[in-house]
Design a binder for this molecule. Structure first.
Ligand SMILES: Cc1cc2nc3c(=O)[nH]c(=O)nc-3n(C[C@H](O)[C@H](O)[C@H](O)COP(=O)(O)O)c2cc1C
Length: 327
């Protein structure tokens, strides 16, 4: 049984694509959509930006029909802003879920007491979730870490607090805020959270292969997994994990198809952002993607310096030619 019910929403499968600021915009989500994750998260969206009627922030809330189920993720630190922003999303967007960011470690967000710093104030975190739940009809998910630092691990307590406030799903990245992305993911704590609540829990952190996902599921007993960085390098990880969960064999797509996907992502970005902005954004993304390709190192260096879509095509053609000569 792969379906997961969160409030009135049925997720088709147990593989979620996690939020990534600067990455999970409408073009990335549109291109990942055909791989059919159970749910894909937006990049974090400022509740204050919505409250102050900032057009750029509101544009981040736009979802197209072809995207499949999307969770729009909010960050903020006051009940008033978070509730007003959640009501805006509930009433004006095509979001399937509203997610509350309680895990973001970056200074810009935590210095304003948003993101992971909400883990330091469980009462405020609970009040934010409670008040949002009382005012919107969409299901609410919460994304947390294991705690602020090693001395203040409180994910179990926080998970119970947000569940009692009415949250419908928890995704937990198995690191503290202080760890950022260092050290290993603590599967014991993810397991403890899963055992402490009755709402679906998704385990997150360092899933790079289908085997990593199966490990996470088996060791922690979580209902599903959330993958973030690996989707940038290899979007087909979504299909690979789904196949492994269903005990199906997965045949990886060819490099040709992978590069077509990347080009389509680039074109989609040009459509939404214009070529100038898309090129700048694509440099970093293409480099990540190249690191997931066989012999991709060669591709990476020119891609981070490219100036246009035309140059992208030339670099990719040269790479393919060189690859075919080696066969
Ligand atoms: C570039 C980047 C941006 C991220 N932005 C967000 C964000 O906006 N909100 C959030 O909750 N987590 C964010 N994260 C954290 C990821 O969602 C995820 O929890 C983390 O990368 C661990 O999962 P992974 O090992 O599968 O990447 C970001 C991570 C990266 C690498």
């Amino acid at each position: 049984m792969n379906e997961i019910k969160i409030k009135d929403l049925i997720l088709d499968n147990k593989v979620l694509v996690g939020p990534m600021a600067g990455v999970s915009d409408i073009s990335f989500r549109s291109c990942v959509a055909p791989l059919k994750p159970g749910l894909i998260y937006s990049e974090m969206i400022s509740s204050k930006g919505i409250v102050y009627d900032n057009q750029r922030t509101k544009d981040m809330c736009i979802i197209e029909d072809h995207e499949g189920p999307v969770a729009l993720q909010l960050f903020g630190n006051t009940i008033e802003d978070m509730v007003e922003a959640a009501i805006y999303i509930d009433q004006n967007t095509k979001a399937s879920v509203i997610d509350i960011n309680m895990g973001c470690p970056v200074h810009k967000v935590v210095k304003g007491n948003g993101g992971a710093s909400l883990m330091k104030d469980i009462q405020l975190a609970q009040d934010i979730v409670y008040n949002i739940v009382q005012n919107v009809s969409l299901p609410i998910s919460v994304k947390i870490r294991t705690g602020w630092d090693q001395e203040s691990i409180n994910c179990v307590e926080l998970a119970q607090a947000v569940e009692s406030a009415g949250a419908s799903l928890i995704a937990i990245h198995g690191r503290t805020r202080s760890q950022m992305y260092t050290g290993s993911v603590n599967l014991d704590l993810i397991k403890a959270v899963k055992e402490a609540v009755t709402i679906p829990v998704f385990g997150n952190g360092d899933i790079k292969t289908a085997e990593d996902a199966i490990n996470m599921l088996e060791i922690t007993g979580v209902d599903g997994v959330m993958v973030a960085r690996q989707v940038m390098r290899d979007p087909w990880i979504v299909e690979k994990i789904k196949a492994a969960i269903n005990h199906e064999t997965y045949v990886d797509v060819t490099t040709e198809i992978k590069l077509e996907w990347l080009r389509n992502h680039f074109l989609t970005m040009c459509h939404y952002l214009g070529e100038d902005v898309a090129v700048k954004k694509m440099r970093g993304l293409a480099a990540q993607f190249a690191s997931g390709l066989d012999g991709g190192k060669k591709l990476k260096a020119p891609l981070v310096r490219m100036q246009s879509l035309e140059e992208f095509d030339r670099i990719v053609t040269e790479y393919k030619l060189e690859k075919s000569e080696k066969l």
